[in-house]
Design a binder for this molecule. Structure first.
Ligand SMILES: Nc1ncnc2c1ncn2[C@@H]1O[C@H](COP(=O)(O)OP(=O)(O)O)[C@@H](O)[C@H]1O
Length: 190
């Protein structure tokens, strides 16, 4: 199983790249943001619990997120490999993911970060907010809060994966195809 973690700030293009990479490498794409939004839309119990955090641009608590993630992975026992998009976002989630993958005889092969500056990303999100209907993309203050969450809770994961020799950063600015190319070069070298 080749499990890849796609890493990057909000708006870095993880979801866009995932669409191409999952086809190219026959991976199962799990986006925690998409799963949460599906639950919000369908007003499930999980959706009810996650809504207040998501709408404010806060991270959903680890326990809830990790349980949901493990349930998602378990839905795909036949997977060739999983493309994790939006998980892990905290150290506790990264440790939980390692523990879970070890328990099923697997591991994270690489964490690939899409890099771009905050100012460019905030503009991208505001643009996306005009059409996506996502409440968390429509208000600059909520967007800034997501960056604060990222800087405080998610950025430390770079060191975590670097210490395991699994962290790769690629330039996230360019055409979609150029960036797919850069990420592919990392995967092809694993
Ligand atoms: N791993 C996670 N841990 C906690 N909350 C999460 C996680 N993944 C997604 N969420 C919640 O869903 C929201 C949207 O996720 P996503 O679409 O991946 O965001 P973004 O576009 O900001 O990268 C996050 O702001 C957060 O509230």
């Amino acid at each position: 199983m080749t499990n890849i973690v796609l890493f990057g700030k909000p708006g870095a293009g993880k979801g866009t790249q995932a669409e191409f990479l999952k086809e190219k490498y026959k991976l199962t794409h799990i986006s925690t943001g998409d799963v949460f939004r599906f639950n919000l839309k369908n007003d499930t119990e999980l959706g009810k619990q996650a809504r207040v955090f998501m709408d404010a641009g806060d991270l959903v608590p680890d326990e809830l997120t990790t349980k949901m993630l493990i349930d998602e992975v378990n839905k795909h026992p036949e997977a060739n490999g999983i493309l994790f998009d939006g998980y892990p976002r905290t150290l506790s989630q990264a440790v939980a993911l390692d523990g879970f993958l070890t328990s099923i005889g697997s591991k994270v092969a690489a964490t690939i970060a899409l890099e771009a500056e905050d100012e460019l990303l905030v503009q991208r999100l505001l643009e996306r907010g005009k059409t996506s209907g996502r409440i968390d993309d429509q208000d600059e203050e909520k967007i800034r809060n997501r960056y604060q969450e990222y800087n405080e809770k998610t950025a430390p994961l770079m060191d975590y994966y670097q210490a395991q020799g699994k962290f790769f950063a690629v330039n996230g600015i360019g055409t979609i195809a150029e960036i797919t190319q850069r990420v592919s070069a990392v995967i092809d070298n694993l």
